[in-house]
Write a protein that binds this ligand. Sequence first.
Ligand SMILES: Nc1ncnc2c1ncn2[C@@H]1O[C@H](COP(=O)(O)OP(=O)(O)OP(=O)(O)O)[C@@H](O)[C@H]1O
Ligand SMILES: [Mg+2]
Length: 232
Amino acid sequence: MLRFTRLGCAGESNGSQMTVSRDDGLQWLRNCAAVIAKNRLYLIELDAAIGDADHGANMDRGFQAVLKKLPDIADKDIGSIFKAAGMVLVSTVGGAGGPLYGTFFLQAGALTAGKPELDLSSWTAALEAAINGVMMRGKAEPGDKTMVDALLPALDALKQSASLGEGFGVALRASAEAARQGMLATIPLVARKGRASYLGERSAGHQDPGATSSYLLLKAAADTWELNGLTA
Ligand SMILES: Nc1ncnc2c1ncn2[C@@H]1O[C@H](COP(=O)(O)OP(=O)(O)OP(=O)(O)O)[C@@H](O)[C@H]1O
Ligand SMILES: [Mg+2]
């Protein structure tokens, strides 16, 4: 449910005082599971072109397991919810995606430990910690044709929105769009990490599956929290 801290200032109309509650966090995870299930075949096809055709199946299995776990953690703070999701993903997804997305949610959970709600600044800090975790674990740099190429532009967009004084909802939408652009920008790249790197030059011309799933998760955040009225 949308929380609205009433400070009586004009900034409210652009969503700058709005926060994401624990229930919004749970709803995001539910929507992640739905969007990954809907795009299962698409992610499989992308991975079939430059990997081993399992990204969609693995991500779907992981997020269905997260979905099953939600009733056990529904009364916890946001940090505990993200952490629990990370642990489920590590233990159910496998491949490269499992440890990487597991780390993503575990780090986001560590940064938001004990928080009943998030604002733009704490969501930005959580995403930054999550991406740093992915980069430390996978040693990928921008331009290596991985999920990092969708995630980092999304983080930069959040920071830019904050520096422009934009509201949380506007920032989320900008961040999802930046992730989409980053995902599309992986198409011409030659992979330097993961299975796709075994193909060398032949990996160019294909969209990276992990960048695609990352975009879907961040778009789900914008869509979920926008539905709750966060976007101006
Ligand atoms: N070292 C890495 N750092 C960051 N992201 C990576 C790394 N390796 C792979 N990825 C991302 O994970 C996705 C899947 O990776 P890969 O094809 O190597 O693995 P996999 O073992 O088949 O795992 P999956 O089940 O997720 O397909 C890639 O599309 C890429 O975005
Ligand atoms: Mg794969």
